[in-house]
Design a protein around this ligand. Structure first.
Ligand SMILES: NC(=O)c1ccc[n+]([C@@H]2O[C@H](COP(=O)([O-])OP(=O)(O)OC[C@H]3O[C@@H](n4cnc5c(N)ncnc54)[C@H](O)[C@@H]3O)[C@@H](O)[C@H]2O)c1
Length: 270
């Protein structure tokens, strides 16, 4: 899809990958609505790119409906909805040790927000025979994030929901992409763009945003900013026991060489 002249909502758009994508979309001639839990940061970025900034908690269906209504009021129909908001919490000890509130929050932010967005805009897209849903998952949604079972499980669910959308609504003219990056230097993993310099395993938010722009232009379902993830996924599908053996080795290496399962250090093992 050519994004020029299109109306685009980006959740979690005030920071990291979402902010980089908002800027790229703006440069490409889209009208961008930046929706974020941090409403002040959303407004600041929207002013920079000539868009609309709104406070929004994506776990609240009414907030997503309000963002869609405000977009329609200001710009008209929603052409592209990018469900990007996300967070990582890690786990205190064993794989089931994160408390119920953490599991619920990740389920709500990583999965239900995508459901709420689709519910709000799909009927209009189906009626027009056109529209685009872009859902942020993670390489953890195809593989696994060692040390964060809730993140991994909910990102797998996000990929599965995107597949359901892509299967169910291609014939309605609705395009769907799912984004599955590995490590990206953003506040979510406690890294800055400087950390990504000369570090091949780390992408900057701008590099990921560029991959997303290309994926949307090509209307490709699977957007992999780290191309090697395709090979890892293939290995996992071909021989699950061998893949698990490799992941156990990676976990042991992290404990030995990094002194723990540290999200801001994992890229050093890639
Ligand atoms: N950084 C990585 O290594 C990485 C890798 C793969 C996938 N991702 C995914 O990319 C997406 C963006 O993350 P990022 O790395 O840019 O992190 P980030 O922390 O820079 O940005 C996340 C944004 O989401 C917003 N947000 C969080 N909860 C929200 C809520 N309930 N409602 C509305 N907004 C909310 C935050 O305020 C923040 O602005 C996430 O879904 C994340 O899981 C990140």
């Amino acid at each position: 899809m050519d994004v020029s002249g299109k109306n685009v909502i980006i959740t979690g758009g005030a920071s990291g990958i979402g902010a980089a994508l908002a800027r790229k979309m703006g440069e490409a001639g889209a009208r961008v609505v930046v929706a974020d839990l941090d409403g002040a940061a959303a407004v600041t970025l929207a002013e920079e790119i000539g868009g609309l900034g709104l406070a929004c908690d994506v776990t609240q269906e009414a907030d997503i409906q309000a963002v869609v209504a405000a977009t329609e009021d200001r710009f008209g129909q929603v052409d592209i909805f990018v469900s990007n908001a996300g967070l990582g919490r890690g786990e205190p000890s064993h794989a089931a040790s994160a408390d119920n509130a953490v599991w619920q929050l990740q389920w709500d932010v990583h999965v239900m927000s995508h459901v709420f967005a689709a519910r709000a805009v799909l009927p209009g897209m189906i009626a027009r025979g056109d529209g685009y849903l872009v859902n942020m998952a993670s390489a953890a949604g195809l593989l696994s994030q060692i040390g964060d079972a809730a993140y991994t499980a909910t990102k797998h669910a996000a990929v599965a929901f995107a597949e359901s959308l892509a299967i169910g609504h291609f014939d309605d003219g609705v395009k769907v992409s799912v984004i599955c990056p590995q490590y990206v230097a953003t506040p979510l993993i406690g890294l800055s763009a400087e950390d990504a310099a000369n570090t091949p395993a780390l992408r900057t938010p701008e590099q990921v945003a560029q991959s997303v722009m290309q994926g949307i232009a090509e209307e490709r379902f699977m957007i992999l900013p780290h191309a090697e993830v395709a090979q890892f996924e293939q290995l996992r599908a071909t021989d699950r026991d061998r893949w698990l053996h490799g992941m156990r080795g990676l976990r042991a290496k992290a404990l030995r060489d990094l002194g723990g399962l540290k999200l801001d250090q994992f890229y050093k093992l890639m």
